[in-house]
Design a binder for this molecule. Structure first.
Ligand code: NAD
Ligand code: ZN
Length: 249
């Protein structure tokens, strides 16, 4: 069994030779920025009922959903800053080493770190959308002074522009993600449990096409024994900077 140090060197070697590298991130990459993931010991679902993010529940009881959303997401996001893992990916993008970045996160931390083009597979918290007239508004804290927030144009119910359980993936994000996975010869899976579909099909596509799949996770995930070719166990904010130090180009 290789030691972590040997695995880090192997990862650096693979990344050095990549011609099309994609990274696919989940809530775990933002855990070290103070944003709790859904699952795991410190996960949100140990405290809240996931139905607050179901579209049907939201439409029936928007006030209750919005109270949870305001606390779980907007409150926490306003304090959070990108961590070293986000910064390394942004550096690799600038250096043209990372060609695509797909995130399941809605926290905008990749964008804050400089990855403005990150594909938001589940939408983002940056906009609110009117359920009545499709008006799209940029989020600002004053919008949440009344709960549920209402559309300034038509008084319709506003919903965050990230997808709830029961909603489809934004079509462009879907297309771009599957295309990136197909083009990849190196594919990084970072901080995601692999429990959310259809997002969890993206790494499978890359693997199926023959990509080397490097996974970074604190724990074993659904991918580890099925999709991953090199598993680096640890925290993304430590592992990614360590790999970065070992790169030659
Ligand atoms: P998840 O909550 O299902 O799993 C998180 C994964 O990250 C786990 O496998 C865990 O072991 C791992 N992890 C935790 N801390 C880590 C660290 N420091 N370094 C590396 N790995 C770490 O997350 P998911 O797979 O992204 O799926 C949940 C869904 O929840 C996504 O669709 C996402 O949109 C949403 N979500 C987003 C945020 C956010 O935007 N930051 C937060 C919570 C949930
Ligand atoms: Zn409206």
């Amino acid at each position: 069994m290789d030691t972590l140090q040997q695995k880090l060197s192997k990862a650096a070697e693979i990344i050095n030779k990549a011609s099309y590298m994609t990274a696919f991130t989940g809530a775990g990459i933002s855990a070290e920025s103070g944003i709790p993931p859904f699952r795991g010991d410190d996960g949100i679902w140990n405290q809240y009922n996931p139905q607050v993010l179901e579209l049907n529940f939201f439409m029936r009881q928007p006030e209750e959903s919005w109270k949870a959303i305001r606390e779980l997401f907007y409150g926490v996001f306003s304090e959070a800053k990108p961590n070293p893992a986000h910064h390394v990916l942004a550096k690799w993008t600038k250096g043209d080493l990372l060609k695509s970045l797909i995130t399941q996160n809605i926290d905008m931390l990749h964008q804050q770190a400089g990855n403005e083009q990150a594909i938001c597979f589940h939408g983002s918290s940056q906009y609110l959308i009117c359920m009545n007239c499709d008006n799209r508004l940029k989020f600002k804290p004053s919008i949440l002074e009344t709960i549920p927030p209402l559309c300034p144009r038509c008084n319709g119910l506003l919903k965050p522009d990230f997808i709830f359980f029961g909603e489809g993936i934004p079509p462009k994000a879907y297309r771009d993600s599957f295309e990136a996975a197909q083009n990849s010869d190196v594919f990084l899976i970072i901080g995601t449990s692999g429990e959310v579909s259809p997002a969890n099909q993206i790494p499978e596509i890359a693997r199926h096409k023959g990509a080397q799949v490097i996974e970074i996770n604190r724990d074993i995930s659904h991918y580890t024994h099925r999709t991953t070719t090199l598993f680096l166990q640890g925290e993304a904010g430590t592992i990614l900077p360590e790999i970065d130090l070992l790169l030659t180009n």
